[in-house]
Write a protein that binds this ligand. Structure first.
Ligand code: BEZ
Length: 213
């Protein structure tokens, strides 16, 4: 298994899921995507995570982002667990959960970290762009539930910086000032950033977020 890195094409696969057989790249289509793994079905932290993701449906849709979860249990187990998630988290799971019983996909995406746990997946997150390249990888331990507000924030940054010559500073949130890419000269920046910019240092130039009024 080759190590996956940012910019690599996300490996394609076909697998059974709680919503039937899925081909990953076909499922993603022209959307952005999030593939995220769970240590096991019927576990407490995962239950809250999947409930949270279901409640963020509108936020993911706004960002043209499809989500797909993975757990190393089977389809019937997933279906029973989804009933529990819907009941306890007061929601309706509206995305597929891949059944990766033979751990093929977990291995393809390096989701099993043997020194943490020999058989269960860690909490991996992959954000994938419409061209199917990997834009973000984050790994959390089983004991720490993920922060899905942070994932939305990162997707906002990825989508902004994909189309504008900017980068987003520490703790940036949608609507806040961004920094101009170092590759742009201040002379060129005057023409590109029509809202103007502040030059704090020649390498640190702040401008209003370009894609909003
Ligand atoms: C959980 O999802 O709650 C969990 C799973 C594996 C280990 C620890 C916690």
């Amino acid at each position: 298994m080759a190590t996956l890195r940012l910019g690599d094409v996300a490996p394609d696969f076909t697998a059974q899921s709680s919503q039937g057989e899925i081909n990953f790249h076909e499922f993603l289509g022209d959307s952005w995507g999030i593939l995220f793994s769970h240590p096991a079905d019927y576990t407490p932290v995962c239950t809250t995570e999947l409930g949270t993701v279901a409640k963020y449906k509108d936020e993911f849709e706004k960002r043209n982002t499809k989500v797909i979860a993975l757990s190393v249990d089977g389809v019937e187990s997933h279906k029973g667990w989804i009933n529990d998630i819907n009941e306890t988290q007061n929601t309706s799971v509206n995305f597929p959960i891949i059944a990766d019983e033979d751990r093929k996909i977990a291995q393809l995406y390096d989701m099993i970290h043997p020194n943490a746990d020999a058989t269960l997946t860690v909490r991996s997150v992959y954000v994938i762009a419409p061209d199917k390249t990997i834009k973000l990888m984050i790994t959390y331990p089983a004991s720490t539930g993920r922060n899905f507000d942070e994932l939305l924030r990162v997707i906002d940054s990825l989508q902004l910086t994909a189309y504008h010559k900017v980068a987003t500073p520490a703790n940036w949130k949608h609507g806040e000032e961004v920094v101009i890419s170092p590759a742009i000269s201040s002379e060129d920046a005057k023409n590109i950033f029509i809202k103007g910019f502040k030059e704090v240092k020649p390498y640190l130039r702040l401008t209003p977020q370009p894609n909003i009024d």
